[in-house]
Design a protein around this ligand. Sequence first.
Ligand code: GRF
Length: 217
Amino acid sequence: MIAVVILISGRGSNMASLLAAVDADSLPVRIVGVLANRPEAAGLETAATYGVPTRVVDHRAFSEREDFDAALAEAIDGFEPDLVVLAGFMRILGDVFVRHYHGRLINIHPSLLPTFPGLHTHRRALDEGVRIHGCTVHFVTPDLDHGPIIVQAAVPVLDGDDESTLAARVLAQEHRVYPLAVRWLAEGRLRLTEGRVVLNLPQDGADALISPRAAGA
Ligand code: GRF
C-alpha cells in the first residue's frame, strides 16, 4: 500500500474525508503523517483521533520562504511518503519544493480550473454569474493552480446562493472526489503524459449538468 502524507493549514475536512475513507476500507493507502504550518490548525486534533502522527512546521519561524520549504520537505520526507496531499494547505510552495515532489504532489482547489485560480473562488464565481461551479483535484506544478487535472466535480450555482451556501455545496463534492483521486493513484490508474493526466478507467460521457434547471423539470 502506498504511504501518504497530508498537509493542512486549518479545519482539515478534506483530510478527514480521506481518513474516513481509509477507515471504511474504501481507500487502500496508509496515511502515515499529517503536517500543518500552524500549530492551531483544528485538523491536527482530528488526525490525532485517528491515531495518525502529526507534526507542525510553523511558517512564522522562518524569514525566508526557501528555508520554510526546506524544513517542510525534511519533515515530510521523514515519513517516507509515496504521495503528498495538500488539503487546504494555504502556503505557496516554491519551485525547488514542487520539483522535488514531481508526480507525487496533489492539491484540491475549490473551482473548476483553469477558471478562478487563487483565492476567494466562490465569491468570484458569484460575481461572474457563472451557473456551474465546482472543484478540481490536480497535480501541483510550479505554476500556481495550473497543474494536470485528475478529476473535477461540478455543482449548480443557484440564484439564492451566497458565498457560504455555494462553498458548502462545493465542499460536499470535494469530500467525494479527493478520496477518489487518491484511490486511482494508489491503484496505479493514472499516467502523466505531456502535462496531461491519462486515466486507465472505464469512462462514461452520458451525463450532463444543466444549470439552471427548474426543480422537477
Ligand atoms: C477547501 O475548500 C479546499 O478546496 C481549499 O481550502 C479548503 C480547505 O478546507 N484548498 P478543509 O481544511 O479541507 O476543510
